[in-house]
Design a protein around this ligand. Structure first.
Ligand SMILES: Nc1ncnc2c1ncn2[C@@H]1O[C@H](COP(=O)(O)OP(=O)(O)O)[C@@H](O)[C@H]1O
Ligand SMILES: [Mg+2]
Length: 294
């Protein structure tokens, strides 16, 4: 599914790699993966992933269903242990034995396809719960931060609403605000617009674009090629647990060098054009799996 971010925003926004205004921070990548391998049983899901995300960079990951994208993010967030290889966060190896996983996770925000909001809690309480319980942030401070973040995602008037009173796009914006509560140093997004009706995709992408503009370091798994092109600094194409091709989004999308990338893009773009009414990328994914591309 293609969404024209440009059409919805006043102006297209281009982030040059050199434009990232982070002079004081070290040149250490915020996230680094070295030779990460991961299997489930005898299913090799990540087959030696090397990846760097530097401060202020937006790295987008594309690839067909089952290629290991979600597992990659889950390994960065320590939701899955790696079998071998190492993951670093701001220079510190977080896959080492004895690493403080809770402290590490506070520096990493993650947003999933499903919003996972607590249905019985008001929006504001969804935002403050973990901050108060896990980080013992005083209620007043947590509330102030939550209000500020709801404003940032364009939902200041929804603080007292319950999740079911919001649209999917609004719920996903709340989920993004919630992930920002702990002032993460990097944000991971796993196909966060894939479950949304097409007309709600843009509002979420705009929140993400603005976050990128503000200098957030982001690792974004997406099917939104327009977003990857306009907001991403670097694009990685994954297939079968490997990085098959990577480069500037513009280059990879318009001039893919690898046959696998070409095939994936051809299929994705053809489907997006021919099935404009397609309600969810889920269907697209199923179709791709059933049809096969070999
Ligand atoms: N918790 C798990 N247990 C067993 N297999 C898994 C688990 N998570 C993912 N897989 C398998 O790993 C492969 C990659 O999955 P995933 O990382 O979700 O890919 P993607 O996000 O690119 O669709 C798939 O074959 C999937 O079935
Ligand atoms: Mg996935």
């Amino acid at each position: 599914m293609l969404v024209n971010v440009e059409r919805r925003a006043e102006k297209p926004y281009k982030r040059g790699m050199s434009a990232a205004p982070v002079p004081e921070r070290s040149t250490e990548p915020v996230v680094r993966l070295e030779g990460v391998r991961k299997s489930f049983g005898d299913n090799l899901v990540l087959d030696g992933i090397d990846l760097d995300v530097s401060a202020g960079q937006v790295l987008t990951v594309i690839g067909r269903s089952g290629s290991g994208k979600s597992t990659l993010l889950r390994c960065v967030n320590l939701l899955e242990p790696v079998d071998s290889g190492r993951v670093f966060l701001e220079g510190e190896e977080i896959t080492r034995k004895g690493a403080d996983r809770n402290a590490i996770r506070q520096r990493i925000g993650i947003v999933f396809q499903q919003f996972n909001l607590f249905p019985h809690l008001k929006v504001i309480d969804n935002l403050t719960l973990a901050a108060r319980r896990v980080s013992h942030m005083p209620r007043k401070e947590a509330n102030a931060r939550a209000v500020e973040l709801l404003e940032r995602v364009g939902l200041p008037e929804k603080a007292k609403s319950y999740p079911h009173q919001l649209s999917g796009g609004q719920q996903q914006r709340v989920a993004i605000a919630r992930a920002l509560m702990m002032r993460p140093h990097v944000m991971l997004f796993d196909e966060v617009t894939s479950a949304l009706d097409p007309e709600l995709v843009g509002e979420v992408l705009i929140v993400m674009r603005d976050l990128a503009r503000d200098g957030m370091t982001m690792l974004v798994v997406t099917h939104e090629m327009q977003f990857a092109r306009e907001v991403g600094d670097w694009l990685v194409f994954m297939d079968g647990g490997r990085i098959v091709e990577q480069g500037k989004p513009e280059r990879v999308l318009s001039d893919p060098k690898e046959e696998g990338t070409r095939r994936f893009l051809r299929r994705t773009l053809t489907l997006a054009h021919s099935l404009e009414e397609l309600e969810s990328v889920e269907e697209l994914t199923i179709d791709e799996e059933e049809g096969g591309t070999e």
